[in-house]
Design a protein around this ligand. Structure first.
Ligand code: 13P
Length: 285
């Protein structure tokens, strides 16, 4: 069934488990992600991001994901991840996405509040939810998001006192925090600031989001959720896992599209099931 972020994150926050966002821009990725969630009776979040529009238009992704989410036997949020412009966020809402992230994290604090608050008013009137970001989550070199200066991630960490002011000022339904993770493949193991997550979670009632989930250890996930994270984003691992499975199958003599797409779906399904079990969201619906 089609859900929004509040439908899945408020119970997660109460039950102290995490719900995964797994971006899925084609049918194989979407079938792998939603199939895994259905098999484990878990809520799940699927979607695309502004940087993926060059691979699949918002219309294409909405046409694919919205009906799949409606038909699913578990709650599925169709989320527009890292929306960078008001126009594209509006387009996503008009196309039936039930949730958008409006990423104004590189704007000034005042602009970030003003822009997100405006989108929140519109999204809420449509029954959709909004995720926002305070501080800035960096990008590793190979990240689909592009690379950014990540030499000193602490420069961009989310300030707990400011976070309190920010959620009051914007009315955002979920808050992405900068606590040591980055998008893409880590060169060095990331060091998460669990204490900061805990401090922010104590100060604000809004569910917290951890970006850059690919490459974190099982322990990282467990500690982040225990500290107060309710939503965890993973994409790079899906992107790489599906391709590696296809390459291996190809080398083993499976050379048709039908064979290769099946291998891809199964590999993504296995990966997402592992994450769902780690996050504790299995059997929550
Ligand atoms: P990774 O690609 O590093 O898993 O990050 C995903 C993400 O945070 C998308 O918003």
């Amino acid at each position: 069934m089609l859900a929004n972020l509040n439908d899945v994150l408020l119970p997660a926050q109460k039950g102290k488990y995490g719900v995964g966002l797994f971006n899925a821009v084609n049918a194989e990725m979407a079938r792998g992600v939603i199939g895994a969630a259905e098999q484990l009776r878990s809520p799940v979040i699927v979607g695309t991001a502004e940087i993926f529009i060059k691979y699949a238009s918002l219309e294409n992704v909405a046409d694919l994901l919205v009906p799949m989410a409606r038909r699913a036997t578990v709650p599925v949020v169709v989320h527009y991840d890292h929306g960078l412009t008001f126009e594209k966020c509006m387009e996503a809402l008009k196309l039936g996405f039930t949730s958008v992230m409006y990423d104004c994290s590189t704007d000034s604090y005042e602009e970030n509040v003003r822009k997100v608050a405006e989108l929140v008013r519109i999204a809420h009137a449509l029954g959709a939810t909004v995720e926002a970001e305070l501080g800035h989550v960096g990008d590793n070199e190979d990240s689909a998001e592009g690379s950014s200066d990540f030499s000193d991630p602490t420069k961009y960490y989310t300030d707990p006192a400011q976070a309190q002011d920010y959620v009051t000022g914007t009315g955002a339904d979920a808050l992405a925090v900068s606590v040591g993770t980055a998008h893409g493949t880590y060169k060095l193991p990331p060091k998460l600031d669990f204490e900061r997550i805990q401090t922010i979670a104590k100060r604000i009632g809004t569910p917290l989001v951890l970006h850059g989930g690919s490459g974190l250890t099982d322990e990282d996930f467990k500690r982040a959720i225990a500290a107060g994270i309710s939503k965890i984003n993973v994409f790079t691992e899906i992107n790489v896992t599906g391709a590696a499975a296809m390459r291996k199958a190809f080398d083993e003599g499976k050379t048709t599209m039908l064979e290769l797409m099946t291998v891809q779906i199964e590999a993504i399904e296995r990966l997402v099931k592992e994450k769902i079990l780690l996050y504790g969201s299995a059997n929550q619906v």
